[in-house]
Design a protein around this ligand. Structure first.
Ligand code: ZN
Length: 369
């Protein structure tokens, strides 16, 4: 479910709340309303605050402030990114924290290093500031306000340390990659940083398993997936760098007309072993028909139904001079298998997933030594 609510814009960046976030605010409020174990001898958590209504009010306020801090952390990343001219599409707060969606991550290790480091630095600064405020008002350390400031301070310091763990998708993983990237090609640096992340995740997973700590197990899983995804995405992006759609598309595309019956289409697919065709009428592209469209119609109606009735009409298309990585992005975001290539309204080719996979396989050898 991808439902998020836009809160507003900061520095021109839309800040959004994902639905899962609301669940976690409740969870964090609940968790901290029952904690009262002191940290460094100072009251931490609101478990000892009386009466219950005040305890809950502060727990909620804390949960909301915590996520404001997470948003400020993301804004820190975004601020540096913007100064390098990188577009930020949005910042979304999910249950596990914030995600800034950027147009691209810079391949310059020094820029990436700065961009990654600023997040933990912001968290550290927020923690430090909060603790300073605590010290200023701590004459009555059992009042809820000092407890709030101390708890927020400690959590932000923990967030700083957690984010510095050298594992993707933590900021520390990016710091590590940037450091490797000053010594080796970018793909190798990513692979190495991803391996460190995976090793860390396995270690954390084993630890979580033996201590029955399911939150730790969950984090381990999250880190492992994050590391693998980052490695895959970077390899693909770099492999396809400089490759245009026209270099990888299939030309001499076999097309059909909308008046063909589904029975005829089925026979054609059997003969030619194709799983989909662009549909042309008077030379212009009207739609695409695939084996899935064919399967939706019962066999008894295949003689009376024609291609024009079942084809997909809302098409995503691409130009031959666009980057192959853009084609990849469109196809994976929209979940489509074939992308028609149009030049001056005329069909000049088609990019299939197989074309992309082949291109990635061929090209990854040139950068992954
Ligand atoms: Zn961060």
């Amino acid at each position: 479910m991808d439902v998020s609510l836009q809160l507003g814009k900061i520095m021109g960046i839309p800040v959004r709340l994902h639905w899962s976030f609301l669940v976690v605010v409740l969870y964090v409020a609940w968790a901290f309303s029952s904690v009262s174990e002191p940290i460094l001898g100072r009251a931490y958590g609101f478990g000892a605050v009386e009466p219950v209504t005040i305890r809950w009010a502060y727990s909620f306020l804390f949960a909301i402030l915590l996520f404001v801090c997470v948003a400020v952390h993301e804004l820190g990343h975004s601020y540096i990114a913007k100064s390098y001219g990188i577009g930020i599409k949005s910042i979304t707060l999910y249950f596990f924290g914030g995600v800034a969606s950027m147009e691209e991550i810079p391949r310059d290790p020094r820029k990436e290093l700065k961009m990654a480091l600023v997040g933990p630095l912001v968290s550290g600064a927020l923690g430090f500031f909060s603790i300073l405020l605590y010290l200023a008002v701590s004459s009555n350390p059992l009042h809820p306000i000092p407890i709030l400031l101390w708890t927020l301070g400690v959590i932000n310091i923990i967030l700083m340390i957690f984010n510095l763990i050298p594992a993707f998708p933590m900021d520390g993983g990016r710091v590590l990659r940037a450091w490797f990237a000053t010594r080796m090609p970018y793909v190798s640096a990513t692979r190495r940083a991803a391996n460190v992340g995976k090793m860390f995740a396995v270690f954390l997973g084993i630890l979580g398993l033996f201590s029955f700590n399911f939150i730790m197990l969950f984090i381990a899983f999250f880190i492992y997936i994050g590391a693998s995804e980052e490695e895959k995405a970077t390899t693909i992006d770099i492999s396809l760098e400089g490759i245009k759609v026209k270099n990888i598309m299939s030309v001499n595309v076999k097309t059909i007309t909308p008046d063909l019956t589904l029975r005829q289409l089925m026979e054609l697919m059997f003969q030619e072993k194709h799983r989909g065709y662009p549909v042309l009428e008077n030379g212009s592209l009207k739609g695409i028909v695939t084996i899935t469209d064919l399967q939706r119609v019962p066999d008894s109606q295949k003689d009376t139904t024609n291609v024009g009735q079942v084809m997909t009409r809302n098409l995503f298309v691409i130009g031959p001079d666009e980057e192959a990585s853009i084609a990849m992005k469109i196809m994976s975001e929209k979940g489509i298998h074939r992308l028609p290539v149009l030049q001056n309204e005329e069909l000049v080719g088609i990019v299939s997933r197989e074309d992309l996979v082949r291109a990635i396989e061929l090209c990854s050898s040139r950068s992954s030594f």
